[in-house]
Design a protein around this ligand. Sequence first.
Ligand SMILES: Cc1cc2nc3c(=O)[nH]c(=O)nc-3n(C[C@H](O)[C@H](O)[C@H](O)COP(=O)(O)OP(=O)(O)OC[C@H]3O[C@@H](n4cnc5c(N)ncnc54)[C@H](O)[C@@H]3O)c2cc1C
Length: 210
Amino acid sequence: MSGSRTTLCALAPIVLLASGPAPAAGVFRARRVLISAGAWVRDFVPAWRLRVERQLMHWFTPPGPGYGPEKFPVFMFEREGVTVYGVPDMGEGLKMGIHHGGQIVEPDQVERSILPADIEAIRSVSGRIRGLEGRLPDESVVCLYTDSQDYDFVIGERPDLPGMFVATGFSGHGFKFAPAVGEALAHLLTGKEPPVDLSLFDPGRVAPQA
Ligand SMILES: Cc1cc2nc3c(=O)[nH]c(=O)nc-3n(C[C@H](O)[C@H](O)[C@H](O)COP(=O)(O)OP(=O)(O)OC[C@H]3O[C@@H](n4cnc5c(N)ncnc54)[C@H](O)[C@@H]3O)c2cc1C
């Protein structure tokens, strides 16, 4: 629904409660429901072993020509146990971040301002890119990863609540799989066999044993 947003506020077997701008607010009934609430998923699966991790993205002004996609690669490297990723300047600056290793947080209480330690962390590795030695990012933004213990996705039906499907635990690498995950979820929600084997993503890994 463009221009408005509904907040899912409670869930019970086959009854879904939502609050939000009219006409979305109200009680909806469904045989199957999918929860894909990102960092807020634990509002719906509080007992599942998932962690929310504070992460930073940074943008640097390129020090000169040659940092655009025609020459500069998407990259990822590891140095002394720290994994660094980045993408070329697409007009907004050279983007860089540290993959994992962030503070474990509650999504509604996360520190959204940029701390000196955040800048120091990226400065300590950004100098590996020629031309960025000693430079500070022009802009930094806080975002959140939702991690499973093994960093693999968690996709499937809640064992104790049939009909409630959950897609979570994307652990900082879910975006690129969105079309395939969406297709698999569409099959699950319509009672069909998904086109890919989802056993690797079994919620039983993170759900408490019955
Ligand atoms: C800095 C950063 C860099 C990343 N880089 C990459 C990358 O290079 N490649 C890659 O593959 N992945 C990347 N990811 C990971 C990717 O973005 C996530 O894996 C993916 O977005 C997770 O999808 P999701 O649907 O679980 O959660 P989200 O994309 O967070 O979507 C959840 C949605 O649910 C909404 N919501 C929450 N609670 C409620 C509620 N109660 N009612 C209604 N709506 C609600 C939220 O507002 C949100 O819109 C990155 C993530 C971050 C933070």
